[in-house]
Design a protein around this ligand. Structure first.
Ligand SMILES: *[C@@H]1O[C@H](CO)[C@@H](O)[C@H](O)[C@H]1NC(C)=O
Ligand SMILES: *[C@@H]1O[C@H](CO)[C@@H](O)[C@H](O)[C@H]1NC(C)=O
Ligand SMILES: *[C@@H]1O[C@H](CO)[C@@H](O)[C@H](O)[C@H]1NC(C)=O
Length: 328
């Protein structure tokens, strides 16, 4: 029973193998036979036909099914089959540069060499040989990211010139994306702004520092401090008459002019007090005192008199005021 099953299978297999042997690519058939055989071999270990690698094939000869040796790469079968005595297939060579065969086979025709698709950016990498088809590659500045490669695509050139990765055989040029460019621009702008802020702050700081120095120097001016100590801000109005008494009219006029009391007001006081020098002196001092206010008035009075070379007058006034201060 096993025997008949085997025969049936072999016959069927032989049939399909011979039937398809004119097909250019007979190898898959061989594989089919091999697979079926493997199944059979599992059924019976008594099977004597060992024909299960791709360098051999089953042949349905008149006397039964036998195993023949395939033709090697570069060759195809001149006639399919073999005899019991000689298990080799008669093979013929493919034509160099025209056709080829790249595997063990019992085809009757070689495969035609293919060309490389020039219009699609391809060129010959290796010429066709009897056992290997033409190998193609992309022309320069082209790439191919599909396998098998059917056509090549020109490589991108980066618009703003920033190439991250140059074009490769299977990968297009990697350009810096516009997003990245924008990011860079943003970073540059931020750096610029920060630098600007730093410069401005430095300038402002320098200016403030200078001003502070001026303030400090004004503050440490020993004269002013001493003035503050020696000449406190006392109300001079009760003493203006006494002060006027110590000065002559010309000195009072020089004094108020020196302290920038407006000339028109000085003239007005003079007109109002044509024949009363005492009154005019008091009025002029009052005028100055109103404009100056109480702050620093005493100090200004004494120092200005000294500047006007009225030292003895200054001394006398000082003594008078000090006396009043001690009393109170
Ligand atoms: C295969 O061999 C059998 C007998 O051995 C024969 O009857 C059959 O016709 C053969 N088939 C082919 C396609 O040669
Ligand atoms: C062909 O015959 C040789 C010896 O003559 C043997 O070594 C070889 O295995 C055979 N090949 C096949 C496919 O049967
Ligand atoms: C292929 O062969 C031609 C001549 O047949 C030759 O000019 C060419 O350089 C060869 N190409 C390669 C890549 O070997």
């Amino acid at each position: 029973m096993v025997k008949s099953l085997l025969l049936c299978l072999f016959t069927a297999c032989g049939l399909s193998a011979t039937g398809l042997s004119h097909n250019n690519d007979a190898v898959p058939v061989t594989h089919t036979v091999y697979n079926k055989l493997a199944g059979v071999r599992r059924v019976s270990k008594r099977n004597v036909i060992d024909c299960h690698d791709n360098t051999k094939y089953l042949f349905n000869a008149s006397f039964g099914v036998i195993c023949c040796e395939s033709c090697p790469p570069g060759y195809v079968a001149a006639t399919i089959g073999c005899t019991k005595e000689d298990n080799k297939t008669r093979c013929k060579k493919c034509t160099q540069g025209e056709d080829y065969m790249d595997h063990y086979n019992y085809n009757t025709k070689c495969l035609r060499c293919s060309g490389c698709d020039g219009p699609h950016g391809m060129e010959v990498e290796e010429n066709c040989t009897i056992n290997q088809n033409t190998k193609c590659k992309c022309v320069t500045d082209h790439f191919c990211d599909s396998a098998p490669c059917r056509h090549c695509t020109p490589c991108d050139t980066c618009a703003n010139g920033r190439v991250l990765e140059p074009c490769k055989e299977t990968k297009n040029t990697q350009c810096e994306e516009t997003g990245q460019t924008r990011q860079h621009t943003v970073i540059y702008v931020i750096i610029f702004i920060v630098l600007g802020i730093l410069v401005v702050s430095f300038l402002v700081w320098k200016k403030l520092n200078n001003k502070q120095k001026t303030y400090v120097s004004a503050d440490v001016n020993p004269g002013n401090e001493r003035n503050q100590l020696i000449y406190p801000d006392i109300d001079l109005s009760p003493h203006l008459a006494a002060i006027a008494e110590e000065m002559n009219l010309d000195d009072v006029r020089r004094f108020v002019r020196k302290l920038r009391v407006s000339p028109s007001r000085i003239d007005a006081v003079r007109n109002d007090n044509q024949n009363n020098a005492t009154e005019e002196k008091i009025k002029l001092l009052e005028l100055w005192y109103q404009e100056n206010g109480i702050t620093g008035a005493y100090g200004t009075l004494i120092t200005t008199l000294r500047k006007l070379h009225l030292r003895s007058t200054a001394d006398r006034i000082e003594q008078t005021i000090q006396a009043v201060l001690i009393q109170s």
